[in-house]
Write a protein that binds this ligand. Sequence first.
Ligand code: SAM
Length: 272
Amino acid sequence: MENKYRLDAKDEAKRLEEQSSQDNYSIKNELHLAEVEIRPNDLVLDAGCGTGLLSRALIDLFPDQTFRIDAIDMTDRLLEYAIEETNKGHQYLNRINFQKKDICELTAKNIYQKIFSRFVFQHIPTREAQLKAAHSLYQSLAPGGSLYVIDCYGFLSHLDTNNTWLKEQIKKAEDSIPIDMNIGIKLRGLFLDNGIPANQITTRIENFKFETVEQRQTEANLWKQRFVNAKPLLNSILGEEVSTKLGNEYVSEIMNPRTYIHAQKFIVEVSK
Ligand SMILES: C[S@@+](CC[C@H](N)C(=O)[O-])C[C@H]1O[C@@H](n2cnc3c(N)ncnc32)[C@H](O)[C@@H]1O
């Protein structure tokens, strides 16, 4: 199956930026949880950089350092947005080198002291390609370096609701779309199956918080945008009528206090 970003849509850049400005998706918290330190002369790889928000966050969070970043992605529209956004800040000047590249086709060996790949593996459509991506990233990591893969577990399907129609449609969608929103628990295995010893892998987990009305509202708004951007994909699987109803009912279930949502963020650190 072709590696292609299935949520590529006009407003996807805006959605990714909006998402990362929310507490549940805070890059600052993720870096803190993983105890990430960047050294002045590190060469960093942002693999699947999207709008470049993680690269810019690194420069903002470690302002005294002089490290440089290679930021790669395979989606033109997001790369264009990333370059435009990055040109707005003088602090980013000559620090981030954006390139169109598929992670699976990285050929660099032993050059990056830090690698980040955030919410990318869920979009790599087959286990074979995921294994290849894990291999490419590890191969390009310098000895002594650390690689951080951040992704989710439980999105979309891990909700308790009495709406049986919704649960059936979620199951159908989940079984058919080439996006794995339960990839979090499988990340460690992708590196183990590439022959990397378990003692080089650390897994950290954080629960997404959907308790308060504000947290639910924020997530509901993000899902509205996700359903709009995933519409062509969902329409092709469920048909337009069912896909529209699924989006509406899912968003309203998130706002229903009866609904319990269990989702986690996995941060898998691999050292070399
Ligand atoms: C959900 S976005 C996340 C973007 C960014 N890392 C963030 O945290 O907002 C997933 C990104 O991964 C990119 N992507 C998916 N598979 C890829 C691959 N095989 N090689 C390069 N980029 C990939 C997509 O183009 C998209 O920009």
